[in-house]
Design a protein around this ligand. Structure first.
Ligand code: TRP
Length: 457
């Protein structure tokens, strides 16, 4: 295993101990609240069916090629996303201005983390709710009350969210390899196992047929313009692409790892987990007369209902929310890492002060989301509450815009030898498919969705 990037570059922040560590870290970044909290609720809000199909198409023709592009750019540049984009922009096109793509990503990361940490705080709070047996004998009314009591209380939400952000900054401060690798190795298999247990419950006790129909029946007339944009945005969000997080991780990747194979593995795992989560949630929703369209509270209401009814529910609930919190943690770390690496390199700060500054800024922006579910829930403009607007801006606009720039850079600006040098020196069929997709299909798909979103087509 050689330690260097193109031209003998190495990363200041160390390197993954090996290929598996990197796969785990990127999977840890990808699998998180996006799969278990966000996917079911936005699929529910957008009527399932057509939405899920468009999301799957976006994963394959947009998310996957962009993930490969980000890793290859990251590994080639071996710096934080801002510096890497400037360096490669210079090398490939004599245009260091490409750094704005990295800078845009850093900003997007703050926005996403600002609401992400709040929802992760809910998950953390639910660990303790579950452990104190709050869901035993739960009814629709009691689970809804439990959720509302938490979300509408800014002090309680604020407390859990602060703990979560502090924990994220803590891992960031300790450094990439030591912090992230260990966390993911154990948790990911455990999370999948628990989800499968829940899937078994849903299949037996839930309305599984209706859940399946809801998710896969292609009712395209029900897909709105916003739904289309959300499906695209979620493909970015769930894979952690479009803002340089995967690029930052790619900077620590040893040279001998196949970027293509690894990306396919991560994308397949992420998609499978999201589909399983939704297949757990919707049968419970339909069997209990819940509203699939109820928004961000969906998993926090539907899963406790199941836990309340199943034998051993208290233990399973506690474990599941614990694992969900951990999954959110490994994702949050990846949202904070690009900005942290950037200010460390730019201002020569240590990791610890850098992490504290990042967490502080994020914490302030987070207050908007905390208050969106409580004190300011009545304040709506454009898309809805502050949370709705931050979510839409970051996921449906900034991530696709960042992803578009990244894929154009990889497909059009970088020389063929540069990209094939990272992806496949022999430029075989898989490489040619990637390059064609990255040059034509991915940009066209993103532009088409954005144009349709604003009503041009
Ligand atoms: N992918 C994560 C999830 O599904 C969230 C996430 C982590 C993310 N890092 C990211 C989203 C970078 C966008 C960009 O929960």
């Amino acid at each position: 295993m050689t330690e260097t990037g193109a031209g003998g570059r190495t990363s200041l922040h160390g390197q993954w101990s090996g290929r598996l560590a990197f796969i785990l870290a990127v999977t840890g970044s990808a699998v998180g609240l996006g799969n278990i909290w966000r996917f079911p609720y936005i699929a529910g809000e957008n009527g399932g069916g057509a939405f899920v199909i468009v999301y799957l198409v976006c994963i394959v023709i947009v998310g996957l090629p962009i993930m490969m592009a980000e890793v290859l750019i990251g590994r080639r540049g071996r710096r934080n996303p801002v510096a890497t984009m400037r360096l490669l922009g210079d090398e490939e096109a004599g245009a260091g201005n490409w750094k704005v793509v990295g800078a845009l990503g850093v900003g997007t990361g703050f926005l996403i983390l600002s609401f992400y940490s709040v929802i992760a705080g809910w998950a953390l709070a639910y660990v303790f709710e579950s452990a104190s047996n709050a869901f035993a004998g739960a009814t629709r009314e009691t689970v809804e009350q439990t959720f509302n009591a938490l979300a509408s209380n800014p002090l309680r939400t604020g407390l859990w969210h602060t703990i979560f952000l502090a924990a994220t900054a803590f891992v960031i401060a300790r450094g990439v390899e030591r912090g992230i690798e260990r966390a993911v190795r154990l948790m990911m298999p455990a999370l999948v196992l628990l989800l499968l247990v829940l899937l078994g419950y849903s299949a037996v006790e839930g309305n599984f047929a209706q859940g399946l129909r809801f998710m896969f029946e292609p009712r395209f007339d029900e897909l709105t313009r916003d739904g289309l944009m959300e499906a695209l945005g979620h493909a970015f969000f769930t894979l952690s692409v479009g803002m340089g997080a995967v690029m930052a991780y790619g900077a620590y990747l040893p040279r001998d790892t196949s970027i293509m194979k690894m990306s396919v593995a991560v994308v397949a795992a992420d998609t499978a987990i999201a589909l399983i989560a939704a297949l757990v949630v919707f049968p419970i929703v339909f069997a209990n007369g819940l509203d699939p369209d109820q928004g961000p509270g969906l998993v926090f209401v539907s899963l406790p209902l199941a836990f309340g009814q199943m034998p051993g529910g208290t233990v399973i609930a506690t474990l599941l929310f614990l694992l969900l919190t951990f999954a959110a943690w490994t994702s949050a770390i990846s949202l904070m890492e690009p900005a942290t690496a950037w200010i460390i390199e730019k201002f020569r700060l240590g990791r610890a002060p850098a992490a504290i500054i990042m967490a502080g800024i994020t914490w302030l922006i987070s207050l908007l989301t905390v208050l969106s579910f409580s004190t300011l829930s009545g304040v709506t403009f454009l898309r809805g509450t502050f949370f709705d607007n931050i979510d839409f801006l970051s996921n449906s606009i900034l991530l696709p815009a960042g992803g578009l720039a990244i894929v154009i850079f990889a497909g059009w600006i970088m020389a063929r030898e540069s990209t094939s040098g990272e992806l496949d020196p022999d430029a075989g069929t898989a490489y040619r498919i990637w390059r064609f997709t990255a040059r034509y299909l991915t940009p066209l798909a993103i532009v088409a969705v954005l144009l349709r979103g604003v009503g041009v087509i």
